[in-house]
Design a binder for this molecule. Structure first.
Ligand SMILES: Nc1ncnc2c1ncn2[C@@H]1O[C@H](COP(=O)(O)OP(=O)(O)OP(=O)(O)O)[C@@H](O)[C@H]1O
Ligand SMILES: [Mg+2]
Length: 308
């Protein structure tokens, strides 16, 4: 396992930030003052507002109201200054089919002001970094598989030397090995830049993120390190048992039953009492802090269950 010192620390400030589409609120109003570093993951359900948020931060979309500042730059009034520092791979973006990976990455760099020779060298380096098979460097990009296209899009932003990189669902649709490959690249990149990504894979967000922003219905409902998120919960501990009934009354916590057994979310103190009882009853169980999945269901899922 390689370790890197994280040096990029970027401030994100929003006040009254609001985005409406055709009069319908999609995001905000957001009032935030966050210090982001390394890999920051934005998570939330479909339609929560993740893409809207990222596109506003990346100067691609104007908010309806409010102010937003990223790395000390006013995003709305000073977009061109910010654009030198950022690069984005939008959700479901695809490479131009009739260009080769080398052409795509180098022309992207040339648009950002890099000379032809340097652009080509940087393109090769970036394509190697993302692990694209060299056989495809000079093939038309429509011949690449879905995963390779993702790698190519990632290479364009990596090559740019941008301090802040936005990736909207960079691993959606990738096989498990390609996904791990992307993780490896992101972990390497984060040493001197901020990566803001969205994902629906919570185990991915859990293992990759230095910072997590949970959005629900356009509002930030939790933000911080995984430990911060866990500590903000009423029930930060989880006990799982394979039995569906254990004959224990849980006074301080919630019990979630499933096909595989049961899970109890509870406080540290109650967990101790419950565990003692489970041992006495010789019920097999596992115990630990809640996962990001549990946090997501606790903060977001319950609300929807109650609505149904
Ligand atoms: N161009 C648009 N016109 C009208 N409504 C839009 C537009 N783009 C997004 N929306 C709406 O804004 C809300 C937030 O959408 P957004 O794409 O930001 O969600 P998301 O969190 O990125 O979702 P997903 O996980 O599905 O990508 C949704 O209700 C969506 O229908
Ligand atoms: Mg989206």
């Amino acid at each position: 396992m390689e370790h890197y010192i994280i040096i990029a620390m970027v401030e994100l400030k929003c006040s009254g930030l609001l985005k409406k589409y055709e009069g319908k609120r999609a995001l905000g109003p957001l009032n935030l003052d966050l210090k982001l570093s390394g890999i920051t993951s934005i998570i939330g359900r479909n339609g929560a507002g993740k893409t809207t948020f990222i596109r506003i931060l990346a100067t691609e979309l104007m908010p309806t109201k409010g102010r937003v500042e990223l790395d000390g730059i006013d995003v709305i009034n000073n977009p061109s200054e910010l654009r030198n520092k950022i690069a984005i791979v939008p959700q479901e973006s695809r490479p131009i089919p009739w260009m080769t990976p080398i052409q795509i990455v180098s022309s992207y760099l040339m648009l950002r002001g890099v000379g032809l020779k340097e652009a080509k060298m940087k393109a090769v380096d970036a394509l190697k970094t993302v692990g694209l098979d060299e056989k495809f460097f000079n093939k038309l990009s429509h011949k690449l598989s879905g995963g390779m296209k993702r790698e190519l899009m990632l290479a364009t932003v990596i090559a740019s030397d941008a301090k802040i990189i936005f990736l909207d669902e960079p691993t959606t649709g990738l096989d498990p090995i390609s996904r791990k490959e992307v993780w490896r690249v992101l972990n390497k990149l984060k040493k001197d830049r901020l990566i803001i990504l969205t994902t629906h894979y919570l185990e991915e967000a859990e293992s990759l993120s230095d910072y997590i922003i949970l959005i629900n219905k356009g509002k930030v409902i939790s933000a911080g390190t995984l430990a911060d998120l866990i500590n903000s919960l009423k029930y930060p501990y989880s006990i799982r048992a394979s039995a569906k009934r254990v004959g224990i009354r849980v006074r301080n916590g919630v019990v979630i039953k499933s096909e595989k057994g049961m899970q109890i979310l509870t406080t540290e103190k109650s967990a101790k009492t419950i565990i003692e009882k489970l041992i006495k009853k010789r019920v097999e169980f596992s115990f630990g802090k809640v996962s990001l999945d549990d946090i997501f269901y606790t903060l977001v899922g319950k609300e929807y269950e109650n609505e149904e």
